[in-house]
Design a protein around this ligand. Structure first.
Ligand code: ARG
Length: 274
């Protein structure tokens, strides 16, 4: 039986992306990064162009921010901010290697968000760790964003925030361990969370999809959904089959070059919510 078939509706979205023109691995701030391994920037750009074209084919708007040569991680636009209800909250990175991205993203968001921009005072890595779902925001901590930043987000964006603690260094940002599809549905890797986090996710989303470790390692959870289509790493086949079963339309693409920096499809995508 297919659950939810025919009821999944796509909603046109507005995304911000940054071309990986200067993508490189020059430092290691997560377990996926190895500066000794060569990076194929042309391949990263080709995969990224495919994603951008796909979003446009699906009817979404893609805004761009100019990449800067001194910031090899700038392609991970999800870490550039968090935009909810037209209001944009900037970011504050844990690692100094990425702090140069804060102001360029904030300036770009100031022109895209109608409700103004705000600077966080605490470590906050944007949509990497803060995922809006329904009227609330799920917030990750443990590796990057600090727990106290969760309350700051709740205050500035006027939304209830639920804290989730990540425990596996491979899944250091919430968007590598949990994916939002809908107002009431998420998928996650249970082992990436502590007991309290697992319990909270199960209580908030009784129908949540649990993915295998293999699909999570393929960065399958680092996916983007418009409510009907789910753009995800082609290698996450088990997860794609489950999504089809739940009435979604999974679209698998090759996006593995950016995994050398520890990111995937969702990391390269920041949603501008009006
Ligand atoms: N190299 C980047 C970092 O470690 C990757 C960021 C991935 N972004 C994400 N939203 N998970 O900060």
């Amino acid at each position: 039986m297919t659950l939810g078939a025919g009821v999944r509706r796509a909603r046109a979205r507005r995304y911000l992306m940054c071309r990986p023109t200067y993508f490189d691995v020059r430092y290691a701030i997560n377990p996926w990064m190895d500066p000794r391994q060569p990076v194929n920037t042309d391949r990263a750009c080709a995969q990224w162009e495919t994603l951008r074209a796909l979003y446009r084919d699906l009817g979404h708007t893609v805004e761009l921010i100019d990449p800067l040569p001194s910031l090899p991680d700038m392609v991970y636009a999800a870490n550039g901010g968090l935009v909810v209800g037209g209001r944009a909250l900037g970011v504050r990175f844990r690692h100094p290697e990425r702090s140069g991205e804060q102001e360029p993203y904030l300036r770009r968001l100031a022109r895209l968000a109608s409700g103004g921009v705000y600077r966080p005072t605490l470590v906050n890595e944007g949509e990497g760790d803060f995922l809006p779902v329904g009227g609330m925001i799920l917030a990750g901590t443990g590796f990057r964003s600090e727990r106290a930043a969760h309350a700051e987000v709740a205050r500035i964006l006027c939304r209830p925030v639920h804290s989730l603690t990540l425990v596996d260094p491979r899944f250091y940002h919430l968007d590598t361990a949990l994916c939002v599809f809908d107002d009431d549905l998420v998928a996650y890797l249970p082992a990436a969370f502590d007991d309290a986090g697992r319990g909270l996710i199960a209580a908030l989303f009784p129908a949540a999809i649990r993915v295998s470790e293999a699909d999570a390692v393929a960065f399958g959870l680092n996916a983007v959904s418009d409510g009907r289509h789910v753009v995800l790493a082609a290698a996450a086949e088990g997860f794609a089959a489950e999504l089809r079963h739940r009435g979604f339309e999974p679209i698998g693409i090759e996006f593995d070059e950016l995994r050398r920096g520890g990111g995937g499809i969702k990391c390269a995508t920041l949603e501008i919510r009006s």
